[in-house]
Design a protein around this ligand. Sequence first.
Ligand code: ATP
Ligand code: MG
Length: 577
Amino acid sequence: MAEPNSNKDGVAAESAPSHFIRNIVVDDLKQGKNHGRVHTRFPPEPNGYLHIGHAKSICLNFGLAAEFGGKCNLRFDDTNPSKENVEYVDSIKEDVRWLGFSWDGEYYASDYFEQLYQFAVRLIEAGVAFVCDLSADEMRQYRGTLTEPGRHSPFRDRSVAENLDLFARMRKGEFADGSRTLRAKVDMASPNINLRDPVMYRVVRATHHRTGDQWCIYPTYDFAHGQSDSLEGITHSICTLEFEDHRPLYDWYLDRLGVHHPQQIEFARLNLTHTVLSKRKLLQMVQQKHVAGWDDPRMPTLAGIRRRGYTPEALRNFCERIGVAKGNSTVDIAMLEHSLREDLNKRAPRVMAVLRPIKVVLVNYPAGQVEELEAVNNPEDPTAGTRKVPFSRELYIEQDDFREEPPKGFFRLSPGNEVRLRYAYIIKCTEVVKDPTTGEVIEVRCTFDPETKSGSSQSKRKVKATIHWVSAAHALAAEVRLYDHLFAAEDPDDVPEGADWLANMNPRSLERLTTCHVEPCLASAKAGDRYQFERLGYFCVDADSQGERKVFNRSVTLRDTWAKVERGASNSPPARR
Ligand code: ATP
Ligand code: MG
């Protein structure tokens, strides 16, 4: 079990975040319910990759189990074969592990198909379930509306014997898809539509990723879920608010069957600004190639944010921060980014990288000379030590750090002006070389002051700005991918009338910079390694890297530039340190 929840002895329980579900569990334990057991489960349907919303549910379920010395199962809710597959099962397991959790049991609702079938037979025998021949359309007509009660199906009063026979023949495959269903006899007049004789089984000829063609009838979510919880001895069945109206049915099935009865508790799902958290929509974005795949670093999937450079610690910390509540709300994505910055600030080594290069030549620096300058790996972590950075006559700096005609208040490099090169010297711009045809600045010539080496006793002279650089002859060429929100609108569903939610996709969510230069120490960096590029942000090595030619994903900027854009600030580049 991961460290943040590993207080199995209860010692750290006081520091665990308190919320209404935790309070319920504490009360249940006090009253000796469930013989003092706490057993939760995380029940994804393997019909897509997990997203940040699922992380909230994972942290909650696994967190409670760990805190109270209980257990947490991973259960695949695989009752809808046409949408599910093994790729999704595997990705879900990988993602839960990556978040730092290990499950006590790995279960599949499909493992219970025989038991669920027998439960259904018991309900038929008890006279509270029947085989119905209404088509889906007819059933809708009989169901009534929010203001009008429904009507009884003409097949509701079939005898137990006939129902048993028909249900057995449904299983054998004697009837066409959709031609018959098994329904519970609950209450067609109930104001809760979920209770108007809900379907328990439907005929679907679809090959299941685990049970193959063994079954041609499949239980519905509502019939499978509670009974699966019960079979596993779950004590607290935690789900999101949209299942609140299903709770009476959850309870109805378990009461009629007279089996172990877990308590269903609902909490608010996570919504994030600028983000879509729905597997169905994420699947559409993947299938229609609006993104490169489920692990596109812009995706809110765990696979995507992992590739982007998020750490499990940052995500768990975020989940703790947002808390668990009963009312729906939307969390600012800036909070998620904040959690990542906070984590990476502590542990990401600092390096220098130039994303949009312009060449600087130090005219009074001896050609061929190379100095190895000492640089601090991480000022937040003294144990991270130092490294050597090569310095020579020709360097690259950011285009942004030079202005031929500096606006008022621009203190970086400009003709006649001085700036400090990080870990190195003060330089002064003496000449600007332009492309004769385009007039574009192609080289900035400077003199360096040998008396101003960083860290040396004479380096007392101060200038207003310090900029980063790399040595042209030593730097590695690299590609850097900058990301912005996939949805420009704060609420992706807020679209003009008649428009599709996809209309809100941000056409500028990816910018690829292919002429970047990074410090040579990054030659051995591996996919997944994370760095702070000084003054630029946090970056992570992408698996697309080829040998020494690295590809970096920007995980997050140093400051929240998005908030500024939203406040309607100018288009000037983000503030730099
Ligand atoms: P989606 O709408 O994205 O398909 P889902 O609820 O259908 O999500 P499941 O695979 O059924 O996805 O979810 C597994 C568990 O994760 C459920 O208990 C569900 O309530 C929870 N969950 C899903 N989305 C969120 C979310 N945004 N916030 C918190 N919990 C969530
Ligand atoms: Mg679902």
